[in-house]
Design a protein around this ligand. Structure first.
Ligand code: PMP
Length: 456
């Protein structure tokens, strides 16, 4: 009864992100009521394993009392403090110091915002300011990677390379350029690591040459492309791209909104190849989704150049909720949980997840299994040899999501028939095994689907 009235109210009033408005009205909302560990319970009392940690953000898992306490204490003591007018609060100061200590290289200066999109947007503004301060304001062109995702604010959506974020929105802007993805399974240069790496380096150089090398401000990458379908670059790719940016004299930005905070094993995915970006964006796992927060980490030279360029003038970029003390208090507590065992558990369970999913490769519908740590994808095809994607007309994303839901599993299901996994780092062996078993069941049921049978 309660559920029915909520569905109706939702239908009438709540606009859902990245959804077909009318499609959503027709399907109706599924209301989630509570969660513990890696399990969520819906309004009907049905329990599901959250194989996607909310929206790849609840890395620590649900229901940590110490996090709840940290938020409550901070709210009681000081629920808000602005960072304007030389003011501040203890929690964001301590959090900035903790992040600077752990981040690669000299990414020692932290600007806090509200999530990933405004972290990306803030980084674009800081980069423009940086080149202005260096006396090269003509460096106003940005390059990112096809299939990449960098948020949904206007500037970030233009760096994003997924059509649904562009069509009808007037982006990308003419200062935003793309190079092809490393997508190994469907790469025109083939699956060979070295060939993919040299093709990407050549594409970046060619694009910069075309734009005019003295016009390029920065190059953005995700260490593993998330929303594009969990595309893992070959080992050596990110280092080669970092080196190419250094040679080209352009800033290298690692968008670690998904990959940071243990998602791929280490605290930051850049550690995997030991690279140091000029700027890094983070969000999601920073607070494990308990409250909103994102951040831009700047290297020493970026920060000092901006500072010197501004001199006594204010660097005019800020939000009411920059460095929110409650979010920072939560992030500090979440960081303790990561280092108190969750990172280790995530690494163990990540290996178990990758192994379990790899064993699904023999299924007739599975074309590719890929991932690292607690981040993975299974790509479905109707013909393994030809790598034929599921027919677009079948709305595979909704079908697969629904089928997984019926099996008690929440997954991300991408439009092109790719299942995405990003379970909380707190998962047990049994939960990881259940994610894999339920996926096999989803695949078997999909194989029996008459409309799928028809195209096999
Ligand atoms: N960058 C990347 C790499 C992301 O994956 C996302 C979100 N999925 C964003 C930016 C935007 O973050 P948010 O949704 O918190 O605005």
């Amino acid at each position: 009864m309660l559920t029915n009235s909520l569905v109706e109210l939702d239908r009438r009033h709540l606009v859902h992100p990245v959804s077909s408005f009318h499609g959503h009205e027709a399907r109706g909302v599924r209301v989630l009521r509570s969660a513990r560990g890696a399990t969520v319970t819906d309004s009907e009392g049905r329990e599901l394993i959250d194989g996607f940690a909310g929206l790849w953000c609840v890395n620590a898992g649900y229901g940590h009392e110490s996090v709840i306490e940290a938020a409550a204490t901070q709210m009681r003591d000081l629920p808000y403090a602005t960072g304007y007018f030389d003011l501040g609060a203890e929690a964001p100061i301590r959090l900035a110091a903790e992040l600077a200590e752990r981040a690669p290289g000299d990414l020692d200066h932290v600007y806090f915002c509200l999530g990933g999109s405004d972290a990306v947007d803030s980084s674009i503004r800081f980069i423009r300011y940086y080149w202005h301060a260096r006396g090269q304001p003509e460096r106003d062109q940005f390059i990112s990677v096809a299939q990449g995702y960098h948020g949904s604010t206007s500037a970030g959506a233009g760096l994003t390379a997924l059509p649904v974020f562009h069509e009808g929105f007037g982006v990308p802007y003419d200062w935003q350029h793309k190079i092809p993805s490393h997508y190994a399974y469907r790469n025109p240069v083939g699956p060979d690591d070295a060939a993919i790496i040299s093709a990407s380096v050549a594409a970046l150089r060619a694009r910069a040459e075309e734009i005019g090398p003295e016009r390029v401000a920065a190059f953005y990458v995700e260490p593993i492309q998330g929303s594009g379908g969990v595309l893992v670059p070959p080992k050596g790719w990110i280092k080669a791209m970092r080196d190419a940016c250094t040679e080209l004299g352009i800033l290298f930005v690692a968008d670690e909104v998904i990959t940071a905070f243990g998602r791929t094993g280490p605290l930051f995915a850049c550690e995997y190849e030991g690279i140091v970006p000029d700027l890094m964006t983070v969000a999601k796992g920073l607070t494990s989704g308990y409250v909103p927060m994102g951040a831009v980490l700047m290297s020493e030279h970026v920060y000092q150049t901006i500072a010197e360029g501004a001199g006594p003038r204010a660097v005019g970029h800020g939000f009411t909720y920059s460095a929110h003390p409650v979010s920072a208090a939560v992030a500090l507590e979440v960081l303790k949980l990561y280092e108190g065992g969750l990172l280790d558990n995530g690494r163990r369970q990540g290996a178990r997840l990758q192994q379990g999913l790899a064993a699904l490769a023999d299924h007739p519908l599975v074309g590719d299994v890929r991932g690292r740590g607690m981040l993975a994808a299974v790509e479905l095809v109707t013909d393994k040899e030809k790598k034929t994607p599921l027919p677009a007309a079948l709305d595979a994303a909704t079908r697969l999501f629904d089928r997984a839901w019926e099996q008690g599993l929440i997954l991300r299901s991408f439009a092109q028939g790719v299942l995405g996994y990003a379970p909380p780092l707190c998962c047990t062996d049994a939960e990881i095994d259940r994610i894999v078993e339920r996926t096999r069941k989803v695949l078997d049921l999909t194989l029996e689907d008459p409309e799928i049978r028809e195209v096999l």
